[in-house]
Ligand binder design. Sequence first.
Ligand code: PAF
Length: 315
Amino acid sequence: MPITVGTKAELRSEIARLMEEHAGRRGGGASLGLGDASAARPSLGLVPTMGALHDGHRSLAEAAVAANDVVVVSIFVNPLQFGDPEDLERYPRTLEADVALLDSIGVDLVFAPSVEEMYPGGDPLVRVTAGPLAEKWEGASRPGHFDGVLTVVSKLFHLALPGPAAGRPAVFRAYFGQKDAQQVAIVRRMVKDLDFPVEVVGVPIVRAEDGLALSSRNQFLDEQDREAALVLSRALRLMDERAAAREPLEPDDAVALIKSQPGVDLDYFEVVDPDTLEPLAFNCRETPFTGEALAIVAARVGGVRLIDNMPLAAR
Ligand code: PAF
């Protein structure tokens, strides 16, 4: 079983202990100040989550365990990123099942703090703001959401990264699901703009056999809604096929496909630059596709808001 801790002090001391333990296994040169320190220093992976873990989270934790010596998963339902207090209240909390899942993957440490532990003075006055990247797509329907995400993610980065006394990791990686493509782009931008010593790893979307992107919200879809929701991944695949064949993308065809599906209320469908999330500068209608892009979509299906995306690459 991974060790589960609830305080920042325990998180720091457990990470320091695990790092020391792994440095010992690798020859201990780093902690003793001998030889090539980076060769002996363990790598550290952090997987920030809000719990209620499903197979999408499993792939994040598995990727972290495969690439790092020490892996920490945080489970914290962050009030700062919820606009609606009822949504926050309703968010599933399943710590015991989450820890059991993480145990089966080989995670070392779970950090599951209370709200008081994370924000002892109440809501923080100073926050990290996501700026213009957060003004559109998901940000447009969830004002303040990405500021809340960045504020908690930056706290988690600071808390998990051991200080020099404990021995810096050879590399510190943080894992995020590519399903929330805008979140990944914004976190990458924060890391770049604010010089966090973190390598951000975007882990590809996990899909059910029928193509639906895994999400904790899928449980709220009835059979008919779920069938209708498949149009989203079909529309993305249409763009993928055209991009691969270097054809003009014609995103209007994807929009028409989605709009033709009863029970699906389209919010947006767009082909964007994966870093800036701006619509592609070139004409997707007549010009053959070259390079890389990201197709993004959001829609309401049976009252449930779903998002999905697909990286596009000319092959
Ligand atoms: O993607 C999530 O679950 C959350 O936004 C995150 C990154 C854990 C921050 O609370």
